[in-house]
Design a protein around this ligand. Structure first.
Ligand code: SAH
Ligand code: SF4
Ligand code: F3S
Length: 504
């Protein structure tokens, strides 16, 4: 990877999937999942020259923007970047769609349910757009990388003024200008491996916790997953850029950083001429004066011993690891192309627990993958009992068009998927409750985040292991680190009593 000073990324590989239907003119570059799947040998460029065009710098003055976010933390962080760009153009944020001049839907394609939600909300925008024809409504995020979505929007949702992809965020000012001055819908989705754009402005939500991208894209191509198609090739930010960003956040008084990537354990593998991995990065970030550093998401296959060694040094590296397993059956894992077995995973868990005995492990699981038998599902249940996760995100398999699993035989009936999900959650809830009860009477460091929505006298914070604790305290403690003793434990919540403030 090299650093280049180049304004316009190469567009050679971009094709317009649906152009035949209608000529949308110069503003039309539609996605192609097939092109997105290619992993070329070209070098990834890092750009440090993002700038808002002169004529767009004041265009938002006196106007408001609203961004609705539907996806994962990466998606939420992209929203922070788009908010930063819009604010650099003079726009101010609003929560009221009737007041907004620009509304962006930052979408997620991971499951059908996520997409249905977006289409529902788009429908609702029709009336708002009718009452405010000057409103610019944009669709971005992972759904815009899918040709079936783009063609459905073109056919049925004429309230949409622009569609842009996950690789086109830095083009927002230009696309907004085109949308304002064009009668046609503006579509710009690049189905390419992707670049790294370093210096885009960001408006972060809150001043306590911050997200920091360490890498983009995914090359794992798990057979059920759309992300490698919507987010491009695995590409790491240079360590010096990540370290500089975390240092700056520490200087600004942030208390916690969450490092982001779809597969953070592959960090650094694409950086040419250096042998540098996530363990090396964490070992450097450890020295920065910020109380907590987390990362997500880990892939069990690339999780190496050096990283475990570094995490065991603790300090600001918290003892929590999100380690998605997806299934407890080696056969299912093979069909998912996860490229590890149950045994490999269990060995990794054993090593992590030996190095960090009080570690909190969480996971993601898919039930009802094509062909999953009752026996194979029971292996997932038994893995849950063996590992004893602190919590788990459980999903029913949802076919994603264009992925290999979508055409696999033996789809599992909906009722069976539902019942497996339910059985799994019952097992997990019992484990979660037991783990919470073990915390009774013990004292933990808590980063206080906010008031409880139900009771303003109660604050909510998280332990280093990421567990939510409710505590009665003055709201001047929001954003501070305190100590609490756990007094009550339920399946999903802990209650504590304030002991001391760790620092001001
Ligand atoms: N990069 C992360 C996952 C990102 S998606 C990782 O590899 O762990 C978050 C979770 O959504 C996945 O872990 C998986 O459990 C779930 N998921 C992905 N595709 C899915 C699909 N087609 N159906 C149901 N769940 C899915
Ligand atoms: Fe999807 Fe697998 Fe990549 Fe995670 S590692 S984003 S599940 S393809
Ligand atoms: Fe969804 Fe895209 Fe994230 S599909 S989960 S928003 S990477």
């Amino acid at each position: 990877m090299t650093a280049k000073q180049e304004a316009t990324p190469d567009l050679k590989s971009v094709k317009s999937a649906d152009k035949k239907e209608k000529d949308y003119g110069k503003y039309f570059q539609a996605p192609s999942l097939k092109d997105a799947k290619k992993r070329g040998k070209e070098e990834i460029s890092v750009h440090y020259d993002f700038a808002i065009p002169e004529e767009m710098k004041e265009i938002g003055k006196g106007h408001h923007y609203l961004i609705r976010t539907f996806g994962c933390q990466m998606n939420e962080h992209d929203t922070e970047t788009m908010a930063g760009i819009l604010e650099a153009m003079g726009y101010t944020a609003t929560e009221d769609e009737l007041e907004a001049s620009v509304v962006l839907f930052n979408t997620c394609a991971i499951r059908e349910g996520a997409e249905d939600k977006v289409f529902g909300e788009l429908g609702h925008m029709k009336r708002i757009k009718r009452n405010n024809p000057n409103l610019i409504l944009g669709l971005c995020g992972c759904m815009s990388q899918e040709e079936k979505v783009v063609s459905r929007v073109l056919k049925t949702y004429d309230q949409v003024d622009m569609i842009f992809g996950t690789h086109n965020i830095h083009r927002l000012p230009v696309l907004l200008r085109d949308a304002m001055f064009s009668k046609e819908i503006v579509v710009e989705v690049w189905s390419k491996e992707g670049d790294i754009i370093e210096n885009m402005p960001k408006t972060r939500t809150g001043d306590t916790k911050a997200w920091v991208n360490i890498m983009y894209g995914c090359d794992k191509f798990c057979t059920y997953c759309i992300v490698p198609y919507t987010r491009g090739k695995e590409r790491s930010r240079l360590p010096e850029d990540v370290i500089a960003e975390v240092r700056e956040l520490a200087r600004q008084g942030f208390k916690e950083v969450m490092l982001l990537g779809q597969n953070v354990n592959a960090y650094g593998k694409d950086i040419e001429g250096r042998k540098y991995g996530l363990g090396d990065l964490m070992d450097e970030l450890r020295k920065i004066d910020i109380p907590r550093i987390r990362f997500t998401t880990s892939h069990p296959r690339d999780f190496d011993d050096h990283l475990i060694e570094v995490l065991a040094k603790r300090g600001n590296l918290v003892e929590q690891i999100h380690l998605p397993v997806q299934s407890g059956s080696s056969e299912v894992l093979k069909k998912m192309a996860r490229k590890y077995t149950r045994e490999h995973y269990m060995e990794l868990v054993r090593k992590i627990k030996a190095a960090i005995p009080d570690v909190s492990l969480t996971t993601d699981i898919i039930v009802g993958f094509p062909g999953e038998t009752e026996e194979q599902f029971l292996e997932t249940l038994s893995l849950f009992k063996e590992v004893e996760y602190d919590s788990a995100y459980t999903f029913m398999y949802s076919p994603r068009e264009g992925t290999p699993a979508a055409v696999m035989a033996d789809s599992v009936p909906e009722e069976v998927k539902k019942s497996r999900l339910h059985r799994l959650m019952e097992v997990q809830n019992e484990i979660s409750l037991k783990k919470h009860q073990e915390m009774l009477g013990q004292t933990y460091e808590l980063l206080v985040e906010s008031e409880s929505r139900k009771n303003s006298e109660v604050l909510i914070g998280r332990t280093r292991t990421g567990k939510l604790v409710h505590v009665k305290a003055d709201n001047s403690l929001i954003g501070k680190l305190v100590h609490v003793t756990i007094t009550d434990a339920k399946t999903f919540t802990l209650y504590g009593e304030l002991v001391t403030k760790v620092e001001v």
